[in-house]
Every structure is written in C-alpha cells, then in structure tokens.
Design a protein around this ligand. Structure first.
Ligand SMILES: Cc1ncc(COP(=O)(O)O)c(C=O)c1O
Length: 369
C-alpha cells in the first residue's frame, strides 16, 4: 500500500470509532449446546406472519428494481395512522438507524450541535460526529435515569438543531412522561427539532406515556422515529420510518435515493403494519414475561431497573465483561452497555419463555457461586 503523503482525511472522521451493533450468533464461541440471543432486543416470537407471507409472494420479483420511492409504504402508513397524518408526513428508510443518519445529514454539519442524553443509543453521537457536528450529552439524572429537561433547555444555543429523546430509552427502559414531553415541546425554540425515538413504543404499559403523534398533529417541530426491527420482528429486513411536519419531512426526503429500500423490505413492512394479531401477541408476551422476570429478580441479589421496553437493564456486582462471559458459558448472549454510558451494566432482552427461564437459572448459578 502506498503511504498517503498529505492529509486528505476529514479531521472529524479520523479516529472516529464506528458504531458496532450487537454480535450475531455466528460470531460467538461457547461450549453451550443451546444459544439464546438476548443481546439485540429482537422479537422472541419471530416475525410477523403476514410479513413472511408477503416476502414469499414477492420473491419472484427480485430481478426487477424495487419502487423508486417510499410512496407505497407511506400510503400504507397513512392508512395505519387512520389518516390522522397525511401520506406526505411520512418517510420510510432502510432501518431506524438510517433514519437517524438521514436526519443528521439533513440538519447537521460542522459547527452545528445536537443534544442527547446518556445512557442512550450511541448512533446519535456517532452519526453526528461523522458529519462534523457535535452532540452535547445532557446525562439522565439520578438513580431512576430521569430526563434532565432543564439541563437540555439550557444546553440549547444558536448552533443547536436537533434534540434526541428516546422513549422507552435504550438501555434504561425508562420513558419520558406526557407532562415532561408537553413542557419540553412548549419550550422548543424555532431553530430546534425534537426527535422522539419511539422504536420500543409497543411494549409500554405506563399510562403516562406518549408518542410524538399528538405533538406532530398539533403542528410542532417534532419527529417520531420508528422501526420494523422490534415488535414487527423484521430486524433482518432493515426497514424503518418517521413522521413529522410536512415541510421538514419533505426537506429530509430530498436526501433519499431512488431504489433505497429493497422490494422484500417494502412488501414485508406494508404487510406487517396491518398484522394486529402478531403485535397483540408480541405485546402480551413481553408484558407477561416482564412480570415473570421481575418476580424472579426480586428474589435475587442483583440490581435492575423496571423497564417499559422488551429488555431489562442490570447492574451485577462483577465486571460487565465477566458477567457477559459467564452468561455465554451458559448459552446466553447478553449486552454489556458500558459503551452506552451505563458503566458496569448489562442489558438483557426479554426472550422466549424458555430463554427467560434459562436466564434466571444462569443468574442463580452465576450469582450464587
Ligand atoms: C433506541 C433505538 N433507536 C433506533 C434503533 C434502530 O433500529 P433499526 O436500525 O434496527 O431500525 C434501535 C435499535 O436497536 C434502538 O435501540
């Protein structure tokens, strides 16, 4: 390789660690016979059967280019939202992560800033850095990981463009209440957009919860960010969407490329969104297994946080990497989340009944020896 003699690299990209998602099953080594993957907040019940049917019915179309735009999926989304929003208020992207990147590309650049609150999903920070922008961290406060709304408001300056709020939050499982969201939205200056990342919203049972929908309908500068990876069970398809004020969505859509989403992802998502049976089953599975886990955990010497997501955050009294290795020995993949701003903590997905029972057995073994 010839040596590069002058610096042709963008300063803000040099040395930037790339976002590394959770490992797949193929990447791990364990002597355990059965592996339960509880490290990526996937759906324990599989994928929406309607989506699978749509994928099968459209496989023969793979030699043709997909739709040029996201129009068909936007129409399906407007129907799903009972026409409370118009089709032009939606944008579909190849995953929720891509939507984060697209929004950052649309609004961020050198000298500009966004705000996020650790512990949190790291792409907000990393993608902003990839575009020369800076993310101000206004950490969640106290034992319960509450949002520091006054801290966020005082971190806003003339260069701020985006605020990321995650509710339920990954990895803490906490939500932002209606009251908090009302206040935050009411204080937003005109040059700032609030992004509400609600990819785990299907798993909430707290009455104090709100999505971004009512704020968008009331004409505020708010975007709701969603994914088909979680409740719909389509993480492998890579598809997500957002909704917001028409002018903002139209502006972001200019960055979209033709044929951005593949045929099977479009068909799967359009079918999945109508699969209320599967969503109901998924939701009741997660809620009842969450209750089962709390019951078991209350009898064990481990600190955990009650969650509104399909995962639970733990703080074992041993280094997170040791805990991860010990769990792997028992055939369970879990996620250390020190890198999310929660040092010493582990996030574990609420899995199938068998997986959750295997997790509790492994916890007994690891904590009691
Ligand atoms: C809070 C949050 N937002 C967005 C995403 C992106 O999901 P995807 O890129 O799979 O659509 C995830 C995935 O884990 C997440 O946890």
């Amino acid at each position: 390789m010839p040596e590069i003699k002058i610096n042709i690299f963008k300063d803000y990209l040099s040395g930037t660690p790339a976002y590394v998602g959770g490992k797949s099953k193929h990447e791990i080594f364990t002597s355990a016979e059965k592996i339960y993957k509880l490290s990526s907040n996937e759906n324990a019940l599989g994928s929406s059967p309607k989506a699978i049917e749509a994928i099968r019915a459209n496989v023969h179309l793979l030699n043709e280019y997909p739709d040029r735009t996201d129009e068909r999926l936007r129409q399906a989304l407007a129907r799903f939202y009972d026409q409370k929003l118009s089709e032009s208020q939606f944008i579909a992207t190849p995953s929720g992560s891509e939507m984060i990147d697209l929004t950052i590309r649309a609004f961020m650049g050198e000298g500009l800033e966004c705000i996020a609150s650790n512990p949190s999903f790291q792409p907000y920070f990393m993608f902003a850095k990839n575009h020369g922008a800076h993310t101000i961290d206004v950490p969640l406060t106290n034992e319960n990981y509450s949002l520091d709304i006054e801290g966020i408001l005082s971190a806003i300056n003339d260069n701020t463009r985006l605020i990321f709020i995650t509710s339920p939050n990954n990895p803490t499982g906490t939500i932002v209440t209606k009251h908090e969201m009302d206040y935050l939205v009411s204080q937003l200056p005109d040059h700032v957009i609030l992004i509400v990342d609600e990819v785990y919203h299907h798993f909430v049972n707290d009455d104090d919860y709100t999505t971004a929908l009512r704020y968008v309908r009331d004409g505020n500068q708010v975007i709701g960010l969603n994914s088909f990876s979680k409740a719909y069970g389509l993480a492998g398809m890579r598809i997500g969407y957002a909704y917001g004020p028409e002018e903002i969505i139209k502006y972001i859509r200019q960055l979209s490329k033709p044929f951005l989403m593949n045929t099977l992802a479009i068909e799967a998502a359009a079918a999945a969104i109508t699969d209320t049976d599967f969503i109901d089953k998924t939701r009741s599975h997660v809620l009842s297994e969450r209750a089962y886990l709390y019951d078991e955990l209350d009898r064990l010497p481990i600190h955990y946080w009650k969650s509104q997501g399909n995962f639970i955050l733990y703080k074992p009294e041993m280094p997170e990497k040791d805990f991860e290795a010990a769990m792997l020995q028992e055939g369970l993949m879990v996620r250390p989340v020190g890198g999310f701003g929660a040092p010493g903590c582990i996030r574990v997905t609420i899995g199938s009944k068998a997986a959750n029972r295997a997790f509790i057995r492994a916890l007994h073994k690891i904590l009691m020896t």
